[in-house]
Design a protein around this ligand. Structure first.
Ligand code: KG4
Ligand code: ZN
Length: 356
């Protein structure tokens, strides 16, 4: 069809059941996101077994709605792209099994996409001129990484968190403050009324690894502060805690991203992942990058958090590079970035061997 191949994208790695249709990698025809947030909010975080069961209920209607919105049918699809890791294995298996069934029934290629890579590709979907190579800062509930994207499927992992992900730290402290789940957006809202200098919080540096991150010390410092007040029968100023926490997290992210740009000589940095929706991160990074003559791109907030449009976009570019997967592709709780290069040629056993 004119306008490039039509890819169905499927995302079920965590608590969003999402199906999308993208044409030619950059034309978004539909992006249906069935959120399970209300279900998991009851428990203060994602309950894996409940997530899997809900994916089973939602995947068929999500795909039907996406095709309807795009005005297409299964017969129009040129390939199916699906997140196959990392993530909750039971949740991933729902999307993967569905995607394999469509690929088999329609006789179209299956494309397996790494979740972090999919987040990065959200940028290619909305910035028509963007092509690798570029540098990316991926910050979500499960990941905090600095990645140099050389070509589709070819990534250099420059740095990552040695403990908690940035979003995980925000979520855990939001929970301790009684702000509910997910915590990042709640912290951002509350931070607007608080003083970011109110609490002296640590900015951790990982010795001998200038591009790695560590957020567990920051999380513990805030939790200790809250416990200390509780023992004295005092109430925290929640807005001050939120603002100070947000400042501490975002400052480190910006500082490390700029260091990565300096060390690699990259002139372009793309933001990705749920935490990339954060206004303070976006503004700070844009200001400081402008001074360093570094171009910063980010997806709109709705494409920062989990969605299948980013999976379909990555799927298109992978397809162009022959990065398809066999129907025996498995789901992986842990998966190294770039494992996609091994599929098709050697089978998914190779990539499983590379598991961390
Ligand atoms: O990418 P994502 O939807 O799922 C994962 O792959 O983990 O990211 C979810 C994370 C959560 O930790 C959530 O609290 C955080 O992104 N998040 C935010 C904002 N919106 C979502 N963090 C800070 N500010 C936001 N506006
Ligand atoms: Zn994600």
């Amino acid at each position: 069809m004119d306008g490039g191949e039509i890819i169905l994208g499927i995302e079920t790695s965590c608590d969003e059941t999402s199906a999308a249709v993208v044409q030619g990698g950059r034309r978004l025809l539909a992006n249906v996101i069935s959120s399970q947030v209300n279900l998991h909010a009851l428990y203060g975080g994602v309950v894996p077994e409940l997530a899997s069961r809900r994916h089973v209920e939602l995947i068929v209607p999500a795909v039907a709605e996406a095709l309807k919105e795009a005005g297409l049918s299964f017969a129009d699809l040129d390939a199916v792209a699906v997140t196959c890791g990392p993530g909750l294995v039971g949740a991933l298996l729902v999307g993967l099994s569905y995607a394999k069934a469509v690929a088999l029934a329609r006789g179209v290629p299956l494309v397996g996409v790494h979740h972090t890579a999919a987040h990065i590709y959200a940028n290619l979907l909305v910035h028509p001129e963007l092509e690798p190579p570029f540098l990316s800062l991926v910050v979500s509930g499960g990941h905090t990484s600095l990645v140099y994207v050389r070509a589709p499927g070819a990534y250099d992992l420059l740095g990552q968190t040695v403990d908690d992900a940035a979003g995980e730290a925000l979520d855990k402290i939001a929970r301790a403050l009684g702000l509910g789940y997910p915590g990042g957006p709640a912290i951002e809202r509350l931070a607007r009324e608080g003083d970011p200098e109110a609490l002296p919080l640590p900015r951790a540096v990982v010795r001998e690894h200038p591009l790695d991150f560590s957020f567990s010390g920051l999380k513990t410092a805030v939790l200790n502060y809250l416990n200390h007040l509780k023992q004295r029968g005092e109430e925290p100023n929640k807005a001050d805690v939120a603002a100070s926490l947000q400042r501490a997290v975002m400052e480190v992210l910006v500082e490390r991203a700029l260091t990565a740009a300096e060390l690699t000589g990259a002139r372009r940095l793309v933001l990705a992942g749920g935490v990339a929706a954060n206004g303070e991160l976006r503004t700070r990074l844009a200001e400081q990058a402008a001074r360093a003559n570094l171009q910063v791109l980010a997806p709109p907030p709705a494409l920062c958090t989990d969605n299948a449009a980013m999976v379909a976009c990555a799927g298109y570019f992978y397809l162009q590079h022959g990065l398809t997967a066999p129907l025996s592709l498995n789901a992986f709780a842990n998966l190294p970035l770039g494992a996609e290069q091994g599929w098709g040629k050697r089978g998914e056993k190779e990539s499983a061997r590379g598991k961390k």
